[in-house]
Every structure is written in structure tokens, then in C-alpha cells.
Design a protein around this ligand. Structure first.
Ligand SMILES: [Zn+2]
Length: 267
């Protein structure tokens, strides 16, 4: 299977490539006039580095939104990857325990998603030596595009989103998305999540891209996320199991907003 087939590339804005990993996660490449930034590295089964190099030859900075397996899986393919140091503990767990990588690999195999040139040993043996501390207070200057990091500490403690000012585009990662999962031990209480959303609402964004959908969302969706969190009711929620960490799960609350947008919160 070639990389062109493995990854599906969406281009919602001229300089923004939302790259779909068929294992169920998206990474985002922003190409400025001088530099490019890759946000997250997906599951790590396909050759993401090669896919990015086919899109741009600009100097590349790779940054993780957070330390979950489906966002840092391809880190081993890059020389340096930046992340908020508050996520090191989570990322280390992924790299020190190979069981989750084995599960991801087996699922890819079952779905016939392992490319011919996949290097199983590199994938399984990789460690976090290439991680670098990301300065969440500094602006990312890509030339004609400046990106502002936005702390979103609810899904995970160091979850970092990004605001791309000229496009009025917010990259919400896993804290600002249609199905927010707060059932992991590292996740915040719902009240803290509401505070994160309300603070983020002050940014003048008009569009949102998230890590598990190709859709460009808007402020009506964002309002639904806040309404959903405020309305969360365990009594009318359903049992939910995490597809990768089977010992984790929570109560899934599905909410239809006043403007007919659906939002889901699992706690
Ligand atoms: Zn996550």
C-alpha cells in the first residue's frame, strides 16, 4: 500500500492540510511562506514523514497537541518533536509500555492497513529521545502566518491547541471537538472543561478543526460543546468503552444544541 493511498489529504484552507490517518485520527500541516508546522503525528503505522515531504520542502517543526497514543504514534519518524512538558508523563507511558502499540499494530493488520515498507522494529523500539520542550507562550512564526498556542487543559493536563490568526482558525485537538473524552484519569473535571471552553470563547475564531474529523466546525458547534458540558447528566448517559485502552471507559452523554448541533461528552 503506498503512502498516497494510506493517508487521505484534505485541504480546507490554501495553506492548511488536514491529513487523515485511516486508523481514525487527523494531523494538521500548516505551510507558511518560510516554515511549516506539523501538528501531531497520528498512529505511526503509515509513513507520515514521506507524505509531509511530498507536500512541502519548507523547514518543518513538529508539535504534539498532547501525549495520547493516537497523536504521538509517528513521532519516531521525525528528528525532533516538540510538546508541552506537562505531557511528558503521558507520552512516556506510551513509549515505555509497548502493549498499546502492539494493539494498534494488530488493529491495522486486521484492517489491511500496514504498508509494505512498514518497519515493525522501528515502530516498537522507538523511544522519546527526540522530544523537545515546547514553549506554549511563544508565537510560531511561519513567515506570512503566525500561530498562537492555546492551552486547553481538560482532555489532558498539557493539551495544547493552536490559533491561526489570519484564518481565524482554531485547532482544538481533543479538548475542543464534537466528542470530548474526559474519562481518562489524566482528564479534568467537567467544571474545569467548561472553564477552558469559556476562556477559549474569547478568541475571535470562526472555524475549528479537530483531531478526529475532516469537518470544519464553526462557532455554532462550539456553543454546542459548552451547552453539552453544562447539561451533562449521568442518568441519561450511555456506557462507553475506549477502543484502544479497553480498561478505560465512561458514560457517554449525547446532546443536541439549541442550534441543532450535536455534541458528545464522555465522563
Ligand atoms: Zn487524546
Amino acid at each position: 500500500m503506498s503512502e498516497q493511498i494510506y493517508f487521505k489529504i484534505h485541504q480546507p484552507f490554501t495553506c492548511v492540510y488536514h491529513i487523515e490517518d485511516p486508523m481514525g485520527v487527523f494531523v494538521t500541516l500548516i505551510v507558511g511562506s518560510k516554515r511549516a508546522a506539523l501538528i501531531d503525528t497520528g498512529m505511526g503505522i503509515g509513513n507520515l514523514r514521506q507524505t509531509v515531504q511530498a507536500i512541502t520542502d519548507k523547514p518543518l517543526m513538529v508539535i504534539n497537541t498532547h501525549g495520547h497514543a493516537d497523536h504521538i504514534g509517528g513521532n519516531y519518524q521525525f528528528d525532533e518533536v516538540y510538546m508541552n512538558p506537562d505531557e511528558y508523563r503521558l507520552a512516556d507511558r506510551f513509549y515505555n509500555q509497548t502493549d498499546i502499540r502492539e494493539i494498534i499494530y494488530q488493529q491495522a493488520k486486521q484492517r489491511n492497513l500496514v504498508p509494505d515498507d512498514f518497519n515493525f522494529n522501528s515502530y516498537m523500539c522507538c523511544r522519546l529521545e527526540n522530544k523537545r520542550a515546547f514553549d506554549c507562550d511563544a508565537l510560531l512564526d511561519l513567515g506570512d502566518i503566525v500561530i498562537k498556542p492555546v492551552l486547553l487543559p481538560s482532555h489532558t493536563p498539557g493539551m495544547t491547541g493552536f490559533y491561526i490568526e489570519p484564518l481565524k482558525l482554531l485547532l482544538g485537538g481533543d479538548s475542543i471537538c464534537s466528542m470530548v473524552c474526559l474519562y481518562f484519569p489524566e482528564a479534568s473535571a467537567i467544571q474545569k472543561h467548561i472553564e477552558v471552553l469559556e476562556k477559549t470563547a474569547e478568541l475571535p475564531f470562526e472555524h475549528i478543526l479537530t483531531s478526529h474529523s475532516k469537518e470544519v466546525l464553526n462557532r455554532d458547534n462550539f456553543e454546542a460543546f459548552i451547552e453539552c458540558a453544562k447539561a451533562y447528566d449521568e442518568q441519561s448517559a450511555y456506557r462507553y468503552r475506549d477502543p484502544f485502552y479497553r480498561h478505560y471507559g465512561g458514560k457517554m452523554f449525547i446532546y443536541e444544541s439549541r442550534k441543532n448541533k450535536t455534541a458528545i461528552l464522555v465522563k
